[in-house]
Structure formats: C-alpha cells, structure tokens
Design a binder for this molecule. Structure first.
Ligand SMILES: Cc1cc2nc3c(=O)[nH]c(=O)nc-3n(C[C@H](O)[C@H](O)[C@H](O)COP(=O)(O)OP(=O)(O)OC[C@H]3O[C@@H](n4cnc5c(N)ncnc54)[C@H](O)[C@@H]3O)c2cc1C
Length: 334
C-alpha cells in the first residue's frame, strides 16, 4: 500500500478535479474512488480531453484518464473497475487510434513514463536479452539500445508509440516487425492476472498480436545483437531520414491509415492511383506527400476523418475492386 500522505493528495484531486464541478463527474465516480482508496497513487484526470492524448489530435472527452504507477497498481485497478462494472481501455501514446468526437465512456488507462523500466537481464557472447515495460516509448528504447551498442530495433526508429502499443500492433517498418525481436511478452488478463508467454507461441500477424480483446501487454523481452554503437546509430539516422523524406511528419496523423491489402498494391499506391492525394473532408486530408496518411490540417474533427476514410474506401473499391481495412483503431465504437 502507498503512503497515506500521497494518497490523500490524490484522493482530493479525484474528488474535486480542477476546472470541473462534481456535476460533470460520471455517476460511478464515488464508487470508483472508494474502490481505489486503498492502493491508488497514480494520477486521475476526470473528463480529460482525448485529443491531447492522441497524435491525430481529435476526439472528445473520456470520463476518466488514469495513469497507473506500475503493474500491481494496474492489476488492482483492472480488478476494481471490473467489480464496479465500468468499461476500460488501454492507451499508449495514442499514435494508432482515432477517438470519436463523442469521447469515451469509462476509464482510459494510459501506460506511460511511470511504467517504462528498461533492464538488461541476460547477456552472452553476441546477444543480450532486455526486459522493457509497456509504457516505455519506442524512441527511448531505440536510444537506449543505440547507446549500449545493441542492434535489432533500428527499424522502429521514428515509430511514435509505446513498447506495449508496438507489441499489440506488431508494429513494423522496412520489412521488420516487433515479433522478429521479441522473445517473450507478459500479458495481463481481464482478471488482472499476469502470464509470461513465449513470442513464438503467440499468433503475431500483420499489425496484430493475435491475443484478442481485454488483454494487456505489460512488458516484453527483446533479443538484441551486440554491435558497434556508431553503426547502430547510423542505421537509425538513415531510417529517420527516409521517414522525413517520404512521410508528412510535420502534420498530425496516425501513420498509415489503412493496412496494406493482401495480393494487391500497397494501400498508399492504390489511393494515389485513384487520384485521391490532397482530397479533403473538413479539416481532414489525404496527405499529398504519402497517400496512406490521413492528416489533420488543424481543425479536423473525428467525423471529418471518418467521412474521408469512407470516401477513400468507396473510391478505391470502385476503381480497383479492393477493400481497404483501417490499420488505425477506431475507439468507442464510432
Ligand atoms: C507519424 C507516424 C508514423 C508511424 N509509423 C509507423 C510504422 O512505420 N509502422 C507501424 O507499425 N506503425 C506506425 N505508426 C503507428 C503507431 O505508431 C504504431 O502502431 C504504435 O506501435 C502504436 O503505439 P501506441 O503506444 O501509440 O499505441 P496506441 O495508439 O495508444 O494504441 C493502439 C492500440 O493498441 C492498444 N494498446 C496500446 N497499448 C497497449 C497495451 N500495453 N496492451 C494492450 N493494448 C494496448 C490500444 O487500446 C489501441 O487499440 C505510425 C504513427 C505515426 C503517427
């Protein structure tokens, strides 16, 4: 259990959130506070604006956004919200999600910097096993691996997510994916129980970890090869340079919006060949730089993005007979 002083401070924060009256709290706020009282030390933001937690910068408020301070707190939290029948979702850096304008009912659990330990656990002649918590950003992990002269994660340079999000999405680039460097993943189930699973026994496929809903990636163990830090750094820099050249990195987006279809040209090529580069709905636009990026030009709503997504899907279907499936996760059932 955490210290009383700290808890008292947080409890006050929960009960009287800055900038909102208690009228704005969901009806379950009181019972949630009671359920959390004995263990919670992390932050709680009531009626938090989800646009601030996603790279597309759209979306309404979530009833509560919470930041657990470690795996035990996460487990107790999941058990607590389950007991009071409140829905929850996990979020990393929000770089592959679209939050509807209506927001999200229930609790958004953000795994971030309080959940971001990196630890070297085993080393032999040419390889090293590294345990990394889910909230660690890929950027921090790549930087750490580079500094320690460990190769394998260069492909992830410039992917703006957390390790947990990258495992769940089996994030990849340059013909490499997370599954290629993972040896083990610790998964938490809906009851808050942990289980370590060998990566080779998981059903990783293109942009999916195959574990279904309600599971949380808590940490991963990566197998990295010893290398010269300078050479690792050069490869990372080259991948970043290519991204900056080929992607609209200065604009708000969620990366590639659609999955590349099987047995067809890549989604970006199909969208470009359908003449859709630069197409706009409200503030959402098909990027003129990379057609598989839907960007927020500044004032887009989630509705704009969803409408544009439908137009792109219809036009590509009509022209090429190919159905495009979103890679971006549309949260809240919009
Ligand atoms: C500019 C840009 C470039 C990108 N380039 C690439 C690329 O090259 N390759 C690529 O694959 N992706 C790319 N992406 C997409 C995105 O960065 C990756 O999918 C990333 O791995 C998502 O991580 P996240 O922490 O942001 O996940 P989020 O967007 O926060 O979550 C994504 C999904 O995973 C779930 N989730 C997140 N964390 C966990 C967890 N610990 N346990 C269980 N579920 C979880 C969420 O509920 C959600 O359904 C890009 C995005 C942007 C904005």
């Amino acid at each position: 259990m955490h210290g009383g002083m700290q808890f008292t401070r947080q409890y006050r924060q929960i009960m009287t959130p800055i900038g909102s009256s208690s009228d704005n709290l969901p009806h379950w706020a009181g019972v949630f506070n009671d359920e959390m009282a004995d263990f919670w030390s992390g932050e709680v933001v009531w009626n938090g604006c989800m646009a601030e937690y996603t790279t597309l910068k759209v979306g309404g408020n979530a009833d509560a956004i919470v930041f657990p301070m470690g795996r035990n707190e996460l487990s107790l939290l999941i058990q607590g919200v389950r007991k009071i029948n409140v829905t929850w979702i996990i979020l990393g850096k929000g770089s592959n999600v679209l939050v509807p304008d209506e927001g999200i009912r229930g609790v958004v659990i953000v795994l971030g910097r309080n959940f971001a330990e990196i630890e070297r656990i085993k080393s032999n002649n040419d390889s090293v096993s590294v345990r990394v918590e889910a909230g660690c950003s890929l950027a921090s992990l790549v930087k750490w691996a580079t500094k320690h002269g460990l190769s394998g994660l260069e492909f992830a340079s410039g992917i703006p997510g957390t390790v947990g999000g990258a495992i769940v999405m089996n994030a990849g680039a340059w013909q490499r994916e997370m599954k290629d460097v993972l040896s083990q993943v610790t998964i938490m189930d809906v009851r808050g129980c942990f289980r370590a699973t060998k990566a080779k026994d998981m059903d990783f496929t293109y942009r999916s970890w195959g574990q279904g809903r309600g599971k949380v990636a808590v940490e991963g163990v990566f197998q990295l090869k010893k290398d010269d830090p300078g050479r690792v750094s050069e490869r990372c820099k080259e991948y970043i340079r290519l991204r900056k050249e080929r992607q609209p990195y200065k604009m708000a987006s969620a990366g590639s919006f659609f999955k590349n279809p099987k047995d067809s040209e890549p989604a970006g090529k199909l969208i470009e060949d359908a003449g859709l580069k630069g197409l706009k709905v409200g503030g959402a636009m098909v990027s003129p730089i990379h057609a598989n990026f839907i960007v927020n030009t500044g004032k887009a709503t989630a509705r704009d993005i969803i409408e544009l997504m439908h137009v792109v899907q219809e036009k590509v279907q009509k022209k090429f007979g190919v159905g495009l499936e979103p890679e971006v996760k549309i949260l809240g059932g919009a």
